[in-house]
Design a protein around this ligand. Structure first.
Ligand code: FAD
Ligand code: SIN
Length: 525
């Protein structure tokens, strides 16, 4: 089938839905979601969304905390713009119908605190803020006559001059996006979506790693598409590992224990129940995430164990049940009474700070292609994202991108020369087992060699192993009828390649990129 829409949005998390609501009055909007509309990282966000709303806090403090967490390489102008815009965007979320918890008196929002924040400034809805945001936005979308939301539609590639038969390289000036090809997973037909403006809002790539808090849909599809289309990417070496995912090896994705629990008084303890963060940072359990995750990794390696503990017993049963009802219930299911027992935790891949490079309007290096949310790289996070700044970044950039796209759309025509997808290929019976096995191999090699602590040798080894996996998978791809699983595997391989490539190019330890060789070099100087 061929479709024509003014605004094509790939992704139905906070970034895609916020953008849709803004552009809908100006044209026909189509949102593609590869699974159920609500499935994405947004829905799993626990802690909340950071914003300065009251005089007890200040923009300057939030800006400073963001710059410090980012380890000196954030784009200062972007940080200032994002943080100053936050109150307006929060008000809009509330207008769309999102509920944030209020204080007992009901006149103010109840604010939490997380690692790296000098103040209580995290708006939240219990410990399931993302679910509430996703609910509110989806309800607003469903009532809008100009917006069509299509589930189980897997975007394969964005369409550029390459699909018109022209040679496109990194050096081609003026690469343009004409829409996207998408696999309708219910019919197995590949449809052509022609669009005047396309937004990638495809989320993160946590599934490059064995242990991740991100849902299975987080396979870096948007980044891989832009890589194939020869667009500009940035900062992909900065994969953020969340310090405290619940240690329950059989469970995928790993269940998160929100940092807000540390903000409320929970402390990290080693395998023997002793506090250890004093050895690493004066901010103890509330140091920025890169520092805490590395400290936990180090303590686990010293003791030769696969998890440590978070001790939340000091918070008190009532506050635990009222403030963290989902975590309380989840742990209880596993026989852990968090008011009496320590919670077993370990780090897990959580958030990709880098992505598709965008300007302050959310526009990528490819004309008529915008990106927002976790798949994008705005410069806000630098080397390490400050907790609860990503939902904020998504709404701020969805807004900016929408303002720019509304202007642009008036001047763009559909590119009718775009051909339909050539769907030739064979159905290979052994494909599924090969895909599952290869994905596991890929995740293990990234976990073992390109994780929290890196070295030149580990990166080289990862690169060599990945090369083999890449060649085998390309061969399979070229012979097979496309499936979602095969496309996702290919995208994960592209993302793994990019993380390794960016990591090898970064010759300093900064933020989340930490190599023992660079440490030696730095201490020799
Ligand atoms: P997502 O919400 O991940 O949505 C991606 C969308 O893209 C989905 O609809 C998916 O179907 C679609 N998609 C992807 N690929 C394709 C494709 N090929 N074709 C079609 N559709 C596609 N951040 C905070 O600021 N505060 C928090 O408290 C917080 N807690 C978190 C807790 C957890 C467990 C996790 C995993 C993350 C958390 N984060 C938090 C990070 C934050 O939730 C995410 O960065 C943010 O929600 C990403 O939103 P998004 O709209 O970019 O993508
Ligand atoms: C958390 O609740 O700890 C996650 C917050 C975030 O990733 O921003």
């Amino acid at each position: 089938m061929r479709y024509e829409v003014d605004f094509l949005i790939i992704g139905s998390g906070i970034a895609g839905l916020s953008f849709a609501l803004k552009v809908a009055p100006y044209g026909k909007v189509c949102i593609l979601s590869k699974g159920e509309a609500s499935e994405g990282s947004t829905r799993y966000a626990q802690g909340g969304i950071a914003a300065v709303l009251y005089d007890s806090d200040s923009f300057d403090k939030h800006i400073q905390d963001t710059l410090v967490a980012g380890d000196g390489i954030c784009d200062r102008e972007v940080v200032e713009m994002t943080i100053r815009e936050a109150p307006d965007r929060i008000r809009e979320l509330v207008q769309y119908g999102v509920n944030f918890d209020k204080s007992n008196a009901g006149d103010r929002f109840d604010l939490h605190r997380e690692g790296g924040h000098s103040e209580f400034r995290i708006l939240h809805h219990k410990d399931n803020t993302g679910e509430e945001i996703e609910r509110g936005l989806l309800e607003a979308i469903r009532n809008h006559p100009n917006i069509e939301l299509k589930e189980n539609q897997f975007a394969i590639d964005i369409i550029t001059q390459h699909h018109l038969g022209q040679r496109v390289t990194k050096h081609t000036p003026n690469i343009e996006c004409y829409g996207a090809y998408a696999l309708d997973c219910s019919t197995n037909v590949i449809d052509t979506y022609l669009a005047k403006v396309t937004l990638l809002a495809t989320g993160g790539m946590g599934n490059v790693y064995t242990t991740t808090t991100t849902p299975i849909i987080s396979t870096g599809d948007g980044v891989a598409m832009v890589h194939r289309a020869r667009g500009v990417l940035k900062d992909l070496e900065f994969m953020q590992f969340h310090p405290t995912s619940l240690y329950n090896p059989a469970e995928k994705p790993a269940f998160l224990i929100t940092e807000a629990m540390r903000g409320a008084g929970a402390v990290l303890k080693d395998y023997h129940g002793n506090e250890f963060m004093q050895k690493y940072d004066s901010r103890l359990s509330l140091a920025p995430r890169d520092i805490v995750a590395r400290a936990i990794d180090n303590e686990m390696k010293i003791a030769g164990v696969d998890h440590l503990y978070l001790d939340a017993r000091g918070i008190g049963k009532e506050e635990l049940i009222n403030g963290f009802p989902n975590i309380y219930a989840k742990c209880l299911e596993l026989g852990i009474k968090i008011d009496k027992d320590m919670i077993p935790i370990r780090p897990a891949a959580h958030y990709q700070c880098g992505g598709i490079k965008v300007d302050r309007n959310g526009e990528s290096s490819i004309h008529h292609l915008y990106a927002a949310g976790e798949c994008s790289c705005t410069g806000l996070h630098g080397g390490n994202r400050l907790a609860s700044n990503s939902l904020l970044e998504a709404v701020v950039y969805a807004h900016n991108a929408a303002q720019s796209a509304i202007e642009q759309v008036k001047t763009i025509d559909f590119c009718h020369q775009v051909p339909d997808w050539n769907a030739d290929g064979m159905v290979l019976n052994e494909e599924m087992v090969l895909i599952t096995q290869t994905k596991r191999e890929l995740q293990e090699l990234m976990w073992n060699y390109v994780g929290i602590v890196r070295s030149d040798l580990r990166l080289q080894r990862a690169f060599d192993r990945l090369n083999l996996i890449y060649r085998e998978t390309e061969d399979l791809y070229n012979r097979s009828v496309l499936t979602e699983e095969l496309c996702e595997l290919r995208n994960l391989i592209a993302c793994a390649y990019l993380i390794i490539k960016f990591a090898r190019a970064r010759r300093e330890n900064v933020g989340l990129h930490y190599s023992i060789d660079l440490l030696k070099e730095q201490s020799n100087h």
